[in-house]
Design a binder for this molecule. Structure first.
Ligand SMILES: [Zn+2]
Length: 433
């Protein structure tokens, strides 16, 4: 029996109560250490973080609209695994209020390549299409950009993507002479042409001019017989538009020599557009085309109204020219009647308030619609005011995932980080019409 008469005795630390106290203390210390450890935090974040993206599989059509903050890049995995990249923009941080996303640690070209490697079933790009020759669609190529080890060309946008991925066929609006509507010989184009020359002789790249009316220029290369109801129809380029019959085209622009210098078609107006079909699913994309010409300019500066006649209803519409000042005219929207609008936005002028208002306007065409934007800047949000809350999503990569056969599709929003791709939100399923 312990009494106060045993003061000299060293107390035993291991009575059952004291042992319990010691264990509790040790457990608390251990828990504190574990909670503070980076590994534990990572596990905690993983538990709370969104789900990873399921990989593409045969029959699925994936269309990824990338959020790099520097321009357009859309990566397609077609139902048989054929791959297509439409544009590889890199404005090189030269536009105010338009920082690279997620940060400045990598260029847009490198990010496009990393993204494709993550989601593509194959390491090759079967096709690249440049809609037109502006830096936010092809890269900013200059003598001050990093230079390729060989070939004498700068690395930005598409030329940088080609550092990481093998390109099979490249389509643009100018090959081989790059002379419409006048010779195109600015610095970016000089670097780009040296890039093409080097790739053709050293990597076997094939280059073709994108031609309106054709539906055999971008085709399924892996298993075309498996998906007979898939088609990409070239609609317009350089003002030459498909008539809707066979492969016939007509010219929207008058002969160049007859046009006063100030009215000649801009680079944007020469953009390439196509219509993709997969069973009942329809998708439109058309670079920086316009539908509301500047006051006083010729009516043929409106490309959208003639396009409306041959495009018809679509499920998914990529808004022309990033939604800036001049696209999405009422006739075009009424003809396309999209359920889903995608705004490839990255600068503060994307979208213009009037354009966004039209996208939502129930009088132009009735019914529900969702507007997804790759990146709405705070300055844009401030200008849009209350209407700015009407986006279904205002940042992140936008993946349109179409189910085998094309009958249904979903829109997935993916986190814009350099880490593993994670889903922030899933919209749909939508039924293709
Ligand atoms: Zn653009």
């Amino acid at each position: 029996m312990k009494t106060s008469t045993e003061p000299q005795r060293i107390p035993r630390p291991s009575t059952s109560a004291q042992r319990r106290a010691a264990w509790v203390f040790a457990a608390l210390v251990l828990a504190a250490l574990v909670f503070a450890a980076p590994g534990f935090l990572a596990a905690e974040e993983r538990e709370e973080a969104p789900l990873p993206l399921e990989p593409w599989g045969p029959g699925i059509l994936d269309i990824h609209h990338l959020d790099t903050g520097q321009g357009n890049a859309t990566f397609f995995v077609l139902p048989d695994g054929t791959t297509l990249l439409v544009d590889a923009g890199d404005a090189a941080g030269r536009v105010p209020f338009a920082d690279p996303v997620p940060d400045t640690s990598r260029s847009a070209g490198e990010r496009i390549a990393i993204y494709i490697r993550r989601v593509s079933p194959r390491p090759e790009l079967d096709y690249v299409l440049l809609t037109h020759f502006h830096s936010d669609h092809m890269g900013f190529l200059s003598d001050t950009s990093p230079q390729a080890a060989q070939g004498g060309y700068a690395l930005s946008g598409i030329t940088e993507v080609a550092q990481h991925l093998t390109l099979q066929t490249l389509l643009d609006r100018g090959w081989p002479d790059y002379a419409y509507p006048q010779p195109i010989d600015h610095a970016s184009m000089q670097h780009y042409r040296r890039f093409l020359a080097w790739q053709r002789s050293n990597q076997g790249l094939e280059v073709e001019r994108f031609q309106a009316g054709r539906r055999d220029q971008i085709v399924l290369r892996q298993n075309p017989r498996g998906f007979p109801d898939f088609e990409i129809r070239n609609l317009v380029v350089n003002g030459k538009i498909w008539t809707g019959e066979g492969e016939k085209t007509r010219d929207l622009f008058p002969p160049i020599d007859s046009i006063p210098q100030e009215d000649r078609p801009s680079e944007n107006l020469c953009s390439a557009a196509f219509h993709l079909r997969y069973g009942p699913f329809d998708y439109y994309t058309g670079g920086d085309l316009a539908g509301l010409p500047d006051d006083g300019t010729p009516s043929w500066h409106d490309l959208e109204t003639p396009l409306a006649r041959i495009t018809g209803p679509v499920d998914v519409h990529v808004v022309n020219h990033h939604g800036s000042i001049d696209p999405a005219n009422p006739a075009f929207l009424a003809a396309l009647r999209p359920r889903v609008h995608i705004l490839p936005s990255w600068a503060a002028s994307h979208p213009a308030p009037g354009v966004f208002k039209r996208l939502l306007n129930q009088r132009i065409y009735p019914g529900p619609r969702d507007v997804f934007a790759t990146r709405i800047r705070p300055q844009t949000q401030a200008v849009l005011g209350r209407r700015g809350h009407a986006f279904a999503s205002d940042h992140g990569h936008i993946l349109v995932r179409v189910d085998p056969g094309g009958g249904t599709y979903r829109v997935l929003i993916l986190e814009s980080t350099d880490g593993p791709l994670k889903i922030l939100a899933v919209h749909g399923p939508y039924r293709a019409r």
